[in-house]
Ligand binder design. Structure first.
Ligand SMILES: Nc1ncnc2c1ncn2[C@@H]1O[C@H](COP(=O)(O)OP(=O)(O)O)[C@@H](O)[C@H]1O
Ligand SMILES: [Mg+2]
Length: 340
């Protein structure tokens, strides 16, 4: 896929600053789903956004696409190639969604129509967004299916989604997402529904697309293992805030935040069996029920009195690695586990 546009702004593809998203609560109160999120994706970079279910990962992507739940509101800045999404008209946001930012979901059937052939879905998209004529759209559709490694693309165009496996369907959903030459691909749990070998294939595909097409990717996942295969940088989210961010190796090998460490300890180790799993006790707070201070403190083995009072901000450890915890986990002895 060749980029036809010569316009390539110098800054990051995505620059989110102090994004606050509020949703209406049952009694009309405003509940904070995102509480000051900062997130940057540079050109050609794959950034992983990790965290347990309910942390606000999907909400971040939906805010960016102007697709908040009914009654939701967003403040802050969300720059895509320098243009603030929060200042765009609804029409400009729709254009952005079709052309500059594309999304793939956990379930590829979310973006595939079950009753239409793959060819119809791809070419409609190309004719509508790219204004290609029928023949050019067909040729481009074949090219896109080949890019995502669908075998025999010409024949595949005449098939329906259900005639493909889950992994192949996800490849097709990625092809549709790529149809408009987006600068940024948001991939929300794109491999969660797939088995491990198929998952690895999709991750390799995203990596290749980034290298060959200069695509920038924000990959959202609850699974830090997925990050270790792919992401250049990792951001960890908890209760609507980024609690750690940095280059993959730094975050995964020397996590600063006890939450990141907890997520890593909960990962199955190769050959370790299930005994190696150490899940984080408790569960993340529900919307609007985050405790005062650091939202993670009730689950944190290192929590001190100050953690119950002060909300920590991201502190730089190195110029590129930051964590929102004033306590150095390496300097703190692991407390004894008290009997329940
Ligand atoms: N449509 C919605 N209406 C109300 N609350 C929602 C909706 N979608 C998500 N939430 C809440 O917003 C918070 C963030 O959710 P989400 O971004 O989906 O988390 P994640 O993708 O990290 O699992 C959670 O507390 C969730 O319950
Ligand atoms: Mg989600």
């Amino acid at each position: 896929m060749n980029k036809t546009s010569t316009k390539q702004p110098a800054g990051p593809v995505l620059d989110i600053r102090d994004l606050v998203v509020e949703l209406p609560g049952p009694d009309g109160e405003r509940l904070r789903a995102l509480d000051g999120v900062d997130l940057t994706v540079r050109r050609g970079e794959i950034v992983g956004l990790a965290g347990e279910s309910g942390s606000g990962k999907t909400m971040t992507a939906l805010a960016l696409l102007g697709l908040l739940p009914h009654g939701g509101s967003a403040t802050g800045r969300m720059l895509v190639d320098g243009d603030d999404v929060l200042e765009m008209t609804p029409r400009q946001v729709r254009d952005l969604r079709g052309n500059r930012v594309a999304m793939v979901f956990q379930d590829p059937m979310t973006s595939l129509h079950p009753m239409l052939t793959i060819g119809k879905q791809l070419t409609e998209h190309l004719r509508h967004h790219k204004k290609l004529d029928k023949r050019a759209a067909n040729a481009r559709a074949v090219e896109l299916l080949a890019t995502v490694r669908i075998p025999d693309p010409e024949t595949a165009l005449g098939r329906y989604p259900h005639q493909f496996s889950g992994g192949m369907r996800q490849r097709i959903a990625i092809a549709i997402a790529l149809a408009c030459d987006p600068a940024l691909l948001l991939a929300d749990e794109p491999t969660t529904a797939l088995d491990v070998t198929v998952q690895a294939g999709i991750l390799r595909l995203l990596d290749r697309l980034r290298r060959e097409n200069d695509l920038s990717v924000l990959i959202i996942t609850h699974d830090l293992g997925v990050m270790s295969a792919l992401a250049d940088r990792v951001c960890v989210m908890y209760a609507g805030r980024i609690v750690e961010s940095g280059p993959r190796a730094d975050v995964l090998r020397a996590p600063r935040h006890p939450y990141t460490r907890g997520l890593l300890d909960a990962l199955p180790h190769p050959g370790g069996g299930t005994a190696a799993l150490l899940p984080i006790p408790g569960s993340p707070p529900k919307l609007g029920q985050a405790p005062a201070g650091c939202a993670f403190h009730p689950r944190c083995p290192h929590a001190e009195q100050s953690c119950r009072e002060d909300t920590p901000t991201l502190l730089s450890l190195t110029p590129t690695h930051a964590g929102a915890c004033p306590i150095d986990p390496l300097a703190v002895a692991v407390p004894e586990v008290s009997a329940p």
